[in-house]
Design a protein. Structure first.
Length: 282
């Protein structure tokens, strides 16, 4: 098995929205904001090779929307989706599977591009099967006032129309050494990948624990649909990860790529921090 992480891009969001009911006086000590209360987030994707599959986890914002849309995301830095893959030796046609944790625009937008003819859309990864939980797919198609700015038709419908969609019904091993767990607090049907890699388990925490600063149980996003369920799901994952010494991979933390966990007087917190290569040998 091979596994690698790369950052598609950085973007900015409101810090208060990312930390919900936690006062700025607390969260800004560990995740600083600028003068406009904006914080910088990363968009890390995970690329895994196992048993003949080349798997890409999440695809970032993409570039289909207009300038007005992206004016509010402040995209900057990062390697880019296609360039990040190229640097690691992959072309779009090499990707056999795309696992989308959920269908919010910053996680799935890069899955679809405008067609070469200028009208309509096509898959960015034409040979790939796109894996989404059935609950999330049906929830996104139905849409709702809380998430309508995140569930964009042009990001979602072309996947279903392509014939390349696989709907995941339950927690399972999708590929050899690559399992997913379905969660409901952030958005119904979000999938969290667990990857057995060189004697370690990598947990790609997605929007359940978007940054290392979100490890405390009540430090959660206002974007979560069911905040109490997020707390319960996060508590179970952290207890399991602590007991088994899993490596957490943070999708959105601009400085912390990975960490292990330790128990402190304040609860479960980060232990060793670093890059993936600090935890597993190449």
């Amino acid at each position: 098995m091979k596994a690698d992480i790369f950052n598609i891009a950085n973007f900015k969001v409101d810090g208060g929205a990312m930390f919900g009911v936690v006062p700025k006086a607390l969260w800004s000590r560990v995740y600083p904001a600028d003068e406009n209360n904006l914080i910088v987030l990363a968009l890390r994707s995970l690329i895994v090779e196992t048993d003949g599959h080349v798997i890409l986890v999440d695809t970032g914002w993409g570039d289909k929307q207009d300038e007005k849309f992206f004016r509010h995301t402040y995209l900057h830095d990062g390697e880019g989706l296609i360039e990040g893959l190229r640097v690691r030796g992959y072309k779009p046609g090499d990707i056999t599977d795309v696992v989308l944790t959920h269908l919010h625009a910053d996680h799935c937008g890069g899955s679809v591009v405008k067609s070469s003819g200028g009208t309509g859309f096509e898959l960015t990864f034409p040979e790939a099967i796109y894996h989404v939980s059935r609950v999330q797919w049906e929830w996104a198609l139905k849409n709702n006032p809380r998430e309508e700015d995140a569930f964009l038709e042009e990001n979602i419908l072309p996947i279903g129309q392509s014939g390349h969609l696989n709907l995941v019904d339950e927690d399972c091993e999708l590929f050899s050494g690559f399992s997913v767990r379905i969660c409901y607090g952030h958005t119904p049907g979000m999938m969290i990948p667990f990857i057995n890699f060189r004697g370690k388990t990598l947990v790609y925490t997605g929007d359940l624990i978007p940054t290392m600063a979100h490890l405390p149980l009540i430090w959660n996003m206002s974007y979560d649909i069911e905040s109490l369920r997020t707390i319960d799901e996060k508590s179970k994952l952290l207890e399991e990860a602590l007991a088994a010494n899993h490596i957490l991979v943070f999708q959105h933390d601009v400085t912390a790529e990975c960490c292990t966990l330790m128990m402190t007087e304040k609860g479960i917190r980060a232990g060793k921090k670093g890059r993936l290569t600090d935890f597993v040998e190449k």
